[in-house]
Write a protein that binds this ligand. Structure first.
Ligand code: MG
Length: 260
């Protein structure tokens, strides 16, 4: 096609008789480069690029991460980043690279987080006749307060604000992107916490959730703790919580990137 500097066809030229289009056609490559040099740009094409700070380099790792700057919360080996509700050792089962809910209660990260990008992978157990909220129920609570529901929502009827990917009780997922039970699923969550305002009010936070690569929460406001939260009230930082809802949901590859 001749690239961006190819002469324009005559019919285009004739459509703008005697106007600036003709000048631009003849002089544009030289003119733009000279203009760039005059205003001090390094390559003449991207004004002020030389003054911008260079973004840090991050190795994204394999598909699904963890990126090189992430805090790994579970790498398939141990629960050293986690504790139980009383601050004792987390007792969920670690087997074959998986973390498995086993009825010993919710678990919490030892470290606390504010704004963050979170990745986790989960897998619902076989339904075995269970339906609705009893089927593959768990949840990830940002700051131990705000639950993104984990549920086997594959061909499983329940109320929309309680299905997989819901900000529980607040916003249903935009779509149901659930895989079959027994298949691994991904959550990628971008979270900005609600914060206490100067007059005792709550300044809402924001949550975006991508389930199996599909957007299910698009920058929705989050204000109050959801049902069965461990804590209430807005805070700058709080622990991540995984819910024990009595279903042997499995987890793997959990990492977080603080954004504050
Ligand atoms: Mg739940």
């Amino acid at each position: 096609m001749g690239g961006g500097f190819a002469p324009l066809p005559n019919d285009v030229d004739s459509a703008y008789p005697g106007n600036a289009m003709k000048w631009t056609r003849k002089f544009s490559p030289c003119a733009y480069i000279c203009l760039g040099l005059l205003i001090g740009d390094s390559d003449g094409l991207r004004p002020s690029a030389a003054q911008e700070p260079e973004p840090p380099v991050v190795d994204p790792g394999p598909p699904g991460g963890p990126p090189s700057d992430a805090i790994v919360l579970f790498d398939g080996k141990d629960l050293s980043a986690w504790q139980d509700a009383r601050g004792g050792p987390a007792r969920w089962e670690v087997r074959d690279g998986m973390l498995i809910v086993n009825g010993t209660g919710n678990i919490f990260t030892k470290q606390e987080f504010g704004a963050c990008q979170l990745h986790l992978e989960w897998c619902a157990p076989p339904p075995e006749g269970r339906t609705g909220q009893a089927r593959g129920n768990s949840g990830v609570y940002l700051q131990g307060r705000y639950e993104i529901q984990i549920l086997d929502s594959y061909q499983n009827q329940t109320y929309p604000k309680g299905q997989a990917g819901a900000l529980y009780g607040n916003f249903p997922p935009l779509v149901n992107a659930c895989r079959k039970p027994g298949e691994w699923q991904t959550y990628d969550i971008i979270f900005q916490p609600p914060l206490p305002g100067p007059n005792g009010e709550i300044i809402p936070g924001l949550i975006t959730v991508i389930h199996n690569g599909v957007l299910v929460q698009n920058h929705v406001p989050v204000k109050n703790a959801t049902t069965a939260a461990a804590f209430r009230g807005p805070v700058a930082k709080g622990p991540l919580m995984l819910q024990d809802h009595g279903c042997p949901v499995r987890f793997r590859n959990i990492w977080i990137r603080p954004l504050d």
